[in-house]
Structures are given as structure tokens and as C-alpha cells.
Design a binder for this molecule. Structure first.
Ligand SMILES: [Zn+2]
Length: 179
């Protein structure tokens, strides 16, 4: 919960924030024990820039700040919205695959078109099937226009085509564990 910083939507914004305004990443309180006053605790690195591969223009590796709770000693970090938690593939690719599945395409076909393993496509499908209703609840509480959709398929098509999965998950992350 609250692991995603919704306002940071590109890697360039993230790098700029790290350099000039890194306080925006500091959690208000410890996600484990709730005590406020988290300490900065170095950073770790993630591959996040998929646009340029290994070329010189790549932004990889991307630093993610870590924080330490002075009370319970747990560490945590917050991700910019452009980096999907616990995933190598980004939100855009995941949304494309899910849109194809919602349109009735087979797992094999989605796998071939996206160059992702069938197991990855199935995992994403299971994720939406099992968590979709919960996410829908939180999305409808904020985006009232989503209430007009007659079913989940119609709603998720709208979310992925118009809102983007990144924005939707950044909102859900305020209320529940997203990945
Ligand atoms: Zn704590």
C-alpha cells in the first residue's frame, strides 16, 4: 500500500526527482508498524528502461531509494508509477496483452504477438481474474464514470485504453497491495 508514487510517470521525471526533490519518495510512516519518521537507507538498482536495450542512451540501472524504520527496523521503498512493482515488463506491455485476452485472443496468440512466455501471459490473466473485482471497487470509488460499464470486460477495456493501467494501479495502490 502506498508503494507507488502516482505523480512520477516517466523515468526522466524519476531521475530528476532523485537529483532535486527526493523527499517526495519518503514514506509518511512505516508500512509495517505505522510509526512515522523513516530514515533514508541507501538505494537499490533496477533495470527499468526497456526503450534502448543496452545502448549508451539507456537510463539503466535506475536507483530506487530505500528507507529504514527506526522502530521495527524493516526497510521499504517507493516506486515511481512508471516502474511496475515486482515486474520486469512494464505496464504498457501488460495492458496490451490483457487487452488482447479481453478481446478473446488465445494465450498462445498473445504470447506470439508480445514475445512473452505463455506462462507470463497466463499469470497476468490470473492476476486480473483474481484481483480485478477488488481493483474495480477502488477504481469506481474514485472514477465514478466507470460505474456505467455493464461488466468487467467493458470496464477494463476502458481503463487500459483511456486511463492506462499505470494510473489505475497507482490509485489502487493507495488502498491495497497491487502486484
Ligand atoms: Zn516500522
Amino acid at each position: 500500500m502506498n508503494r507507488i508514487l502516482a505523480s512520477v510517470t516517466t523515468l526522466e521525471q524519476h531521475l530528476s526527482a532523485l537529483a532535486t526533490n527526493s523527499e517526495i519518495y519518503r514514506p509518511l510512516c512505516c508500512p509495517h508498524c505505522g510509526i512515522s519518521g523513516m530514515w533514508r537507507h541507501g538505494c537499490y538498482y533496477r533495470k527499468a528502461d526497456r526503450s534502448t536495450g543496452q545502448s549508451a542512451g539507456s537510463l539503466n540501472p535506475v536507483a530506487i531509494l530505500r528507507y529504514l524504520c527506526r522502530a521495527c527496523k524493516h526497510t521499504c521503498s517507493r516506486l515511481p508509477a512508471c516502474i511496475a512493482p515486482r515486474r520486469w515488463f512494464d505496464w504498457v506491455m501488460q495492458a496490451l496483452v490483457l487487452l488482447m485476452l479481453l478481446s478473446g485472443d488465445s494465450v498462445r496468440h498473445c504470447s506470439q504477438c508480445s514475445c512473452r512466455a505463455c506462462s507470463t501471459v497466463r499469470r497476468w490473466r490470473t492476476w486480473l481474474n483474481t484481483r480485478g473485482e477488488e481493483f474495480t471497487f477502488w477504481l469506481r470509488s474514485r472514477f465514478l464514470e466507470l460505474g456505467r460499464h455493464p461488466d468487467q470486460t467493458s470496464l477494463w477495456r476502458d481503463v487500459m485504453q483511456n486511463m492506462t493501467l499505470m494510473r489505475a494501479m497507482a490509485w489502487c495502490d493507495c488502498h491495497t497491495d497491487v502486484p
